[in-house]
Design a protein around this ligand. Structure first.
Ligand SMILES: Nc1ncnc2c1ncn2[C@@H]1O[C@H](COP(=O)(O)OP(=O)(O)OP(=O)(O)O)[C@@H](O)[C@H]1O
Length: 667
């Protein structure tokens, strides 16, 4: 049986049959493209590399050929340019058993064009035949209609026979060897007339047939809209209507280039890391990529067309520990068929899959296992992995992990919206989406009227969305903003207003005191979770918060704390059945804001506790995590010392935004 790990040699065994005609046609095409084509290409490669030693990697082999021909070795840059995202693979592998048609085509092309061999014939015709075979795969897998046609398989076979003939001419093979190869091809093809559920190609076919529909079912509704706090009840806008295509720049080590985000897929490495500060739009970007995969936009370059499938994983997930569980979430019906989960996982790794890992900065013990497994299992296959993260964990956590997994990566950063014109374009989309396409322009006018200094608080998409929310609820405050420091307190007042609106008709107590208590409760919780780098509450943890959030109502009405908590928290429905919901703040930056506010209140409220104790860490622990470069301009030395890159510095940022401390913040 052909399995994910033993692809090269054997034909899938004789069939057990039973599915409709079109499935058989697709199955044949899959076996043709994933089994026969690479097999014949490997035959060509074996002729080209007859003098390659078994213990040589392809890079070592090609460097040796160059030395023998009096040429320079490949420089790393030249190698990368020649092999693009197959560069690392052919630097490491010693045989091509695991490689698909695209990778083998790339290797052969470079062997013909980048190294000299004595007496080499003109390779143009052979390369053309190889390209024909390689292109079959893409055409077939991205246009299922094409594979529904039975002639597809016979045409592919004819292309393979042509390739064998041309290889025979090019390498001057004896006719008996060429005939034997053609006979072998014919013989194997004859064995493929029906289906075999045990074959990995059967599951690849099933994934091609129904996989896209399965992921559409799972993700489309979840991701296609986003909720805004524009009313006492949240308003939904369509994500694609408000999506602002971000600009990115390449990571710190490369020459700085500003690019449209789709260019990340043109990179040479298998791992793409997209960084961005809080609210820069990392999650929104990957959600948009998922939506575009599900519904490719018409008339635009389909930059995702090289992928057969995608898998989306959020690092904040605290319960999933294995890749197979994610696969089950994505393709539940297929996996449930007589316990074929393992087959589906093996099959998915044979296709070209884009793995999206969102929010690496939120990774926990369990989700780290999943990330590790993805990196290990996808490496040297057809997959690519897109990881988003806030920047502060790249050096400390992500880069060492990638090094341990021996994978190469490229880093990109989402750029802030610095220009007024870009900020206005962004706001206009939201204004149009919220006004049923008849925007008055009031929101953008209000934004334009702000001083440049104040506008500098709105460089990230999340802050521009907050501007929309404040424009709706607190328009009078916007006109009072004189300096950047005026903005953050308005955001807290917005929450006060929303919570008060929920309670005003139901209580006799002093509303302000009640809201203060709510803020303290939520803020303490936010801080505790952040300390453990947790951004989701389990159902049990949420239950504990609800029990602490008690309000005495007028009359005999029973208070449901969820009504108030829903202003700051949202439910995250699980992907899999039989799993419970989790809860999270509307956005991580809001969790940080509430935590920051809580700390401020403890300090201005006259708490005698030292800062480290309010933060819930030891004095030593806090000193160890000092980052002296993080000192904000003008901040006293002891304030600087609480600033670890990451959490503490972000909380400090909130402290600075929310209040001018009346006493020095002593650790
Ligand atoms: N490209 C965009 N177009 C339109 N709105 C956006 C865009 N990016 C972000 N937003 C808005 O900003 C909010 C926050 O963005 P998002 O959650 O994607 O940021 P993030 O970088 O993942 O933040 P964090 O690191 O804090 O998780 C989104 O919910 C959305 O309202």
């Amino acid at each position: 049986m052909a399995s994910a790990g033993s692809s090269a040699s054997c034909t899938p065994p004789a069939p057990a049959g039973g599915l409709p005609g079109s499935m058989e046609t697709i199955y044949r095409s899959v076996v043709g493209n994933l089994h026969l084509s690479p097999k014949i290409m490997r035959f060509v490669l074996s002729k080209e590399c007859q003098d390659k030693r078994d213990d040589e990697t392809y890079r070592q082999y090609m460097d040796r050929l160059r030395t023998e021909a009096g040429q320079e070795h490949f420089t790393n840059k030249e190698w990368k340019q020649a092999f693009s995202f197959n560069a690392k693979t052919f630097e490491t592998v010693k045989n091509s058993d695991e490689q698909d048609v695209t990778a083998i085509h790339c290797l052969l092309k470079n062997l013909y064009t980048k190294v000299s061999k004595v007496g080499r014939k003109d390779h143009a015709e052979l390369l053309k035949k190889l390209t024909d075979v390689k292109d079959w795969r893409n055409t077939a897998f991205h246009n299922l209609q094409a594979v529904h046609n039975d002639s597809n398989f016979s045409d592919l076979k004819a292309a393979l026979v042509d390739l064998i003939d041309e290889a025979g001419r090019f390498y001057s093979l004896p006719p008996v060897e060429i005939d034997a190869k053609k006979w072998e091809l014919e013989n194997e093809s004859m064995n493929l007339v029906a289906l075999n559920k045990e074959s990995i190609y059967y599951w690849c076919s099933r994934l091609l047939m129904s996989g896209k529909e399965a992921v559409r079912h799972l993700w489309e509704e979840r991701l296609s809209s986003e909720e805004l706090l524009l009313n006492s009840n949240p308003i939904k806008v369509k994500r694609l209507d408000v999506f602002h295509a971000p600009q990115i720049k390449t990571g710190p080590c490369d020459e700085e280039k500003v690019l449209p985000y789709i260019k990340i897929f043109e990179t040479f490495e298998e791992i793409l890391v997209v960084t961005g500060v809080a609210g820069a739009g990392k999650t929104t970007l990957v959600k948009n990529i998922v939506l575009q995969f599900i519904n490719p936009p018409q008339g635009v370059d389909d930059y995702l067309s090289s992928f057969d499938q995608f898998i989306f994983f959020e690092c904040r997930d605290r319960t999933t520990e294995k890749l197979s569980d994610i696969i089950k979430d994505h393709f539940n019906d297929l996996c449930n068929e007589l316990g074929h989960q393992v087959h589906v996982l093996d099959a998915i790794l044979r296709l070209r899959v884009l793995f999206i890992i969102d929010g690496f900065d939120e990774v926990n013990k369990n989700s780290l296992k999943v990330v590790n497994e993805i990196l290990k299992k996808t490496w040297r296959r057809n997959c690519r992995v897109l990881i988003t993260t806030r920047p502060h964990v790249v050096e400390k956590k992500l880069a060492p992990l990638l090094r341990r997994c021996d994978v190469s990566s490229t880093q990109y950063e989402i750029l802030p919206l610095k220009k007024l014109a870009d900020q206005l374009v962004f706001l206009r989309r939201y204004e149009a989406a919220l006004s049923g396409d008849t925007p008055t322009g009031e929101m953008t006018r209000s934004f334009e009227s702000l001083s440049e200094d104040v506008r500098s608080q709105f460089l990230e998409p999340i802050n521009l969305v907050h501007f929309c929310e404040m424009h709706k609820h607190l328009p009078e405050e916007i006109s009072t903003w004189r300096s950047p420091g005026d903005v953050a307190p308005s955001k807290l007042r917005l929450y006060r207003k929303l919570i008060s609106a929920k309670l005003v008709d139901w209580i006799d107590e002093d509303l302000d005191v009640l809201v203060d208590d709510m803020f303290a409760l939520v803020g303490a919780e936010a801080l505790e979770l952040l300390r453990d780098n947790v951004v989701t509450f389990s159902e049990t943890e949420f239950g504990a918060i609800k029990r602490r959030c008690q309000v005495k109502l007028k009359g005999d009405d029973k208070f449901d704390p969820e009504v108030v908590l829903s202003v700051v928290l949202k439910e995250h429905k699980p992907l899999g059945l039989n799993r419970s919901s989790s809860y999270q703040f509307k956005h991580k930056s809001e969790q940080e804001m509430f935590a920051g506010h809580y700390i401020v209140q403890r300090i201005v409220g006259g708490s005698d506790d030292p800062l480290y104790s309010i933060l819930g860490v030891t004095k030593e622990g806090m000193r160890r995590s000092v980052d002296r470069n993080q000192r904000p301009p003008g901040a006293p030395a002891d304030v600087r010392e609480m600033a670890e890159p990451g959490l503490w510095s972000r909380l400090l940022e909130w402290l600075r935004r929310l209040v001018k401390p009346r006493r020095p913040l002593e650790p």
